[in-house]
Design a protein around this ligand. Structure first.
Ligand code: NAG
Ligand code: NAG
Ligand code: NAG
Length: 395
C-alpha cells in the first residue's frame, strides 16, 4: 500500500462532503449579493397594470382632465427608467407601488402608459400600464374631473392590446405569455371617496346611503372585470384592497378631524369593502384555481401600521401632506408648489412624510408597502406574496 494511497482514499469522501457545502455557501453569497429575481434566474414578468392614480404612470397626461400630475413637484424624485426628477404623470414624488414591483422583479424598464405613443413596443418586455387618475371601478366615478379611463374601459384597452399581439404572434404564444404575466389591479379608492363625499347635485348622481349595498356593488363590478381579464388570458392577479382612506389628508380635512386623528367612519366603510373583497378573492381562487391565482394585498393594514408607528419606520410626519400645505390650509393643491422654493407648501425632507399630497403616499411609503407585498407574509399578501406569484407555475 503506497503511503500516498491512503490519504488519497481518505480525501475523496471528505472532498465530496465539502463540495456541496461550498456550493451552498456560494449560493448563499449570491443570494446576498444579487436581487432575489436574478438569483432565481426567473425572467422578469410583464406587468399589466389597471386602476387609479395610485398606479397611473402618465395616461392622464394624454387626456383632457382636471386630474393630472404633469407639473412640478410631481416626479421630483423619479430617477428610474431615465427619469430626471421631471413630472411623469405619476401622482407621487417618485415611483408608484406597481413601478417598484416591476423594478424589484427585474424589469429593465417599467410598463409604459397605454396612451403613450409607441407604448405597444414594450408589451412583451415590460407590459402596459392602463391606470388612470380619478378613475374608479364604477364608470361614472371621477366624472367631476372630466377625462379619465374607468376600469371597464381599461379592460377594453387590454383587449385591444391582445388583438394587436395576435397580429404578429400565434394564439398559443400569446396565451403562454399572458399566463406568466402579472395583472395588477389597484382600484376602488375613488369610488369610496365619492361615496364619502357630499353629493354633487348638478351631476345628478344619486348617492347610495347603505354602505353594505354600495360595497357589494363595487365588489361585484370588480369581479366582473377580473373575469373579463381571465377570459382574455390573465392567470396571475394581484388584487389590491383600499388603504385607510379615513387617514388621508383630504378626508381628514373634509371631516374636520383634529390633529393626529383619522376618520373612523371613513375607515369603517373602507374596511367593510376590503372584507368583502377578500372573500371574493378567496372564492375566485376556489373556483378558478389552480389554473388562475389571485393574490389579495392588504395595504390597509400595512399603511395603518406605518401611520401608527411612523417613527419606527423612519417618518417624522404621519398624516400631513408633504406637498400642498397642512390642514386646515385649503385646498391642498400641490402642483406648482416647487416653482416658489421659498413656499411652505413643499416639505423640506420628502423621505420623512407618509403622504405626498392630499391623496397619495410618498415614494418612501410606497417602498415600504411594495416591499411587504413582494416579500411579506400572508398578513401582507395572501395566499402567497407577489414574488411567489411571479414564480408560480400553473398546474
Ligand atoms: C418604438 O419602439 C421601437 C422598439 O422599441 C423603437 O425601435 C423605436 O425607436 C420606437 N419609436 C419611437 C418613435 O419611439
Ligand atoms: C355594477 O354596479 C351597479 C351599481 O352601481 C349595478 O347596478 C350593476 O349590476 C353592477 N354590475 C355588475 C356586473 O355587478
Ligand atoms: C414666493 O412666495 C412668497 C411668499 O408667499 C411670495 O412673497 C413671493 O412673491 C413668491 N415668489 C414667486 C416667484 O412666486
Amino acid at each position: 500500500m503506497s503511503p500516498a494511497g491512503l490519504p488519497r482514499h481518505k480525501m475523496a469522501p471528505s472532498r465530496a462532503l465539502h463540495r456541496p457545502s461550498l456550493l451552498a455557501t456560494a449560493a448563499a453569497l449570491l443570494l446576498l449579493i444579487l436581487p432575489p429575481s436574478a438569483a432565481a434566474a426567473v425572467p422578469a414578468p410583464a406587468l399589466f397594470i389597471f386602476g387609479d392614480s395610485l398606479v397611473d404612470a402618465g395616461n392622464n397626461d394624454y387626456l383632457v382632465t382636471l386630474s393630472k400630475a404633469n407639473g412640478p413637484p410631481y416626479g421630483i424624485d423619479f430617477e428610474s427608467s431615465g427619469g430626471n426628477g421631471k413630472p411623469t404623470g405619476r401622482f407621487t414624488n417618485g415611483m408608484t407601488i406597481a413601478d417598484i414591483m416591476g423594478e424589484s422583479l427585474g424589469q429593465k424598464s417599467l410598463a409604459p402608459p397605454f396612451l403613450a405613443p409607441n407604448s405597444s413596443a414594450a408589451i412583451t418586455s415590460s407590459g402596459i400600464n392602463y391606470g388612470s387618475g380619478s378613475s374608479g371601478i364604477f364608470d361614472d366615478t371621477g366624472s367631476f374631473y372630466i377625462g379619465r379611463i374607468p376600469l371597464g374601459q381599461q379592460v377594453s384597452y387590454f383587449a385591444n392590446t391582445r388583438s394587436q399581439m395576435l397580429e404578429t404572434m400565434d394564439e398559443e404564444a400569446v396565451a403562454d405569455f399572458f399566463s406568466k404575466a402579472l395583472f395588477v389591479i389597484v382600484a376602488g379608492s375613488n369610488d369610496i371617496l365619492e361615496f364619502l363625499s357630499p353629493s354633487v347635485p348638478f351631476l345628478g348622481r344619486e348617492k347610495p346611503d347603505d354602505p353594505s349595498h354600495f360595497q357589494d356593488a363595487l365588489v361585484s363590478n370588480l369581479t366582473f372585470y377580473l373575469k373579463e381579464l381571465s377570459e382574455l388570458g390573465a392567470r396571475k392577479f394581484v388584487v389590491s384592497d383600499v388603504g385607510p382612506l379615513g387617514c388621508i389628508p383630504y378626508v381628514r380635512a373634509l371631516e374636520f378631524m383634529p390633529a393626529g386623528q383619522c376618520s373612523a367612519s371613513a375607515n369603517r366603510v373602507t374596511e367593510g369593502y376590503n372584507r368583502k373583497l377578500r372573500r371574493m378573492v378567496e372564492k375566485m381562487n376556489r373556483e378558478m384555481g389552480p389554473e388562475s391565482k389571485f393574490v389579495y394585498t392588504d395595504t390597509y393594514r400595512i399603511v395603518m401600521a406605518i401611520i401608527q408607528n411612523h417613527r419606527q419606520y423612519g417618518f417624522d410626519d404621519a398624516l400631513d401632506p408633504c406637498c400642498g400645505g397642512s390642514f386646515p390650509l385649503p385646498p391642498f393643491l400641490c402642483i406648482g408648489a416647487v416653482a416658489n422654493r421659498s413656499s411652505s407648501t413643499l416639505c423640506s425632507d420628502r423621505s420623512k412624510y407618509v403622504f405626498w399630497d392630499a391623496f397619495h403616499p410618498t415614494e418612501a411609503a410606497n417602498l415600504i408597502v411594495a416591499g411587504k407585498l413582494l416579500d411579506g407574509d400572508a398578513a401582507a399578501a395572501w395566499p402567497i406574496n407577489v414574488r411567489e406569484l411571479s414564480q408560480y407555475e400553473h398546474k
